[in-house]
Design a protein around this ligand. Structure first.
Ligand code: PMT
Length: 429
């Protein structure tokens, strides 16, 4: 079975030169098993023809709110109701502005207002338009409403400028769509849809309950160099930390994501800091710590690093070699030591045995307010998986065991608990 079999996807195409790439995206999503219902705006038709999309999707293409082909249904409501996901690619500055302000004056924008399906946006425009404060504000507003973004790339733009604004490649957008459906259980059209919070869907609607809070998240592994071609690292994919950053962003938080080297796309709408080693992660965390309200340390940081980093590639000589290691900085420990009264610190404990004992030990030793314990040997849990099996250990002695959930659902449960704990803290004052 293809990864998108049974999924009903609306692909909104707006009027930018990147509209030609939407044809390749239609083909890819169709090949992956999705039913792709294309809506072209009037401006998009200046660049591409409906017939191209009809031939690729094998479905009628919609261009006009009033061109009702089926007397038994109102097309934009019917499409909106049946969609599992809406993708807008390319999304022009004009479309972002209309969406952010609830304007519905054509087939695409009326469908966008009518749908309860999650929305994934791939913007494309001139670099100066992309950097314009009005466009940035519209994107922030849409992110707060729960829309997700596939960021544009940088390079030579059709207008001749060099910079950010080139629509993500169709492969990247198709990958984001597959990833979206793999993240949690997203039912096919016709099945009952769970409430957004339960599904952990960004697009299901944002609660905005983290608005006003600055959230610092670390994610991914660190790499400790041995020589220019070798390093010590671990299998962390960054999925857990990125899900936390995205959940915080979608709930209205101001997010700084400090990430070790991972293969995930950078989430839009967060301040992103790329680091490699434990030392670099330590420096970045310390730089952002003073202004942070909630600190979540999901990264899998190396405990040890080589004492000597060789300037040249080590040559194969002796049958055995000994690598001398020293302790890397313990970032969570340092955060716990510097914690200010208003700050809330969440650590993770990746264990293979005695989860309760080690997790509660870390909670006390590192002066954290909450530890998310995961048994990384359990099926569906730990590194690289899309799901996790965690227990939340709180400073007031609770051990809250959770069922197997998508990492995004874990992230949302985590913030529910953080907010609850902060409310209790406020009441006690
Ligand atoms: O990235 P994924 O593939 O999605 O996998 C997610 C995960 C399994 C990596 C994540 O859920 C997780 O458990 N992260 C913490 C992994 C870890 O390093 O655990 P630990 O028990 O070794 O460390 C305890 C805590 O101290 C962690 O919050 C860690 O970030 C922190 N730490 C550890 C060592 C160090 N030198 N500095 C630290 O800050």
């Amino acid at each position: 079975m293809q990864p998108l079999t049974g999924k009903s996807i609306i692909l909104g195409v707006t009027g930018g030169i990147a509209a030609y790439k939407a044809a390749a995206l239609t083909s890819k999503l169709t090949q992956l098993g999705a039913q792709v219902h294309v809506i072209l705006t009037e401006n998009a038709q200046q660049f591409v023809q409906p017939l191209t999309f009809q031939a690729l999707s094998h479905l009628p293409v919609h261009v006009d709110t009033f061109g009702e082909p089926n007397p038994g249904a109102i097309a934009h409501i019917d499409l909106a109701d049946r969609a599992d996901l809406v993708v807008i690619a390319p999304a022009t500055a004009n479309l972002l502005g209309k969406m952010a302000h609830g304007i519905a004056d054509d087939m695409l924008t009326t469908t966008l207002l009518a749908t309860k399906a999650p929305i994934l946006i791939a913007p494309a425009m001139n670099v100066n338009m992309y950097d314009h404060p009005a466009v940035k504000a519209n994107m922030r507003r849409l992110a707060e409403m729960g829309c997700r973004f596939v960021e544009p790339g940088e390079g030579l733009l059709a207008c001749g400028w060099i910079g950010k604004g080139r629509m993500a490649e169709p492969e990247e957008i198709a990958e984001a769509v597959v990833h979206f459906f793999q993240e949690g259980r997203h039912p096919a059209a016709g099945e009952q849809r769970p409430p957004a919070a339960e599904a952990g869907l960004a697009g299901g609607g944002s609660t905005g309950d983290l608005r006003g809070l600055k959230v610092l998240v670390t994610a991914g592994p660190t790499r400790e160099r041995i020589d220019p071609v070798r390093y010590i690292s671990n299998h962390s994919s960054g999925k857990m930390g990125y899900a936390i950053a995205e959940a915080a962003r979608d709930r209205g938080g101001e997010v700084v994501l400090i990430s070790g080297p991972v293969a995930l796309p950078r989430p839009d709408g967060v301040t992103f800091v790329a680091v490699e080693s434990a030392q670099e992660m330590y420096d970045a965390v310390m730089a952002h710590l003073p202004e942070s309200d909630v600190i979540v340390k999901a990264a899998a940081v190396s405990d040890y690093r080589p004492v000597n980093v060789h300037a040249h590639k080590l040559k194969k000589q002796a049958d055995r070699v000994t690598l001398e290691l020293e302790k890397a900085p313990d970032i969570l420990q340092a955060v716990g030591e510097r914690k200010q009264p208003g700050q809330f610190v969440v650590g993770f404990a990746a264990e293979t045995e005695n989860l309760d004992g080690y997790a509660t030990g870390k909670l006390k030793r590192k002066n954290a307010d909450l530890i998310v314990g995961n048994n990384v040997l359990a099926e569906g849990a730990g590194m690289g998986t899309d799901t996790n099996l965690v227990t939340f250990f709180t400073a007031d002695g609770q051990a809250l065991e959770q069922p197997l959930m998508s990492k995004r659902q874990v992230a949302d449960k985590l913030f529910d608990l953080v907010l609850q704990q902060l409310a209790v803290r406020r009441e006690r004052r």
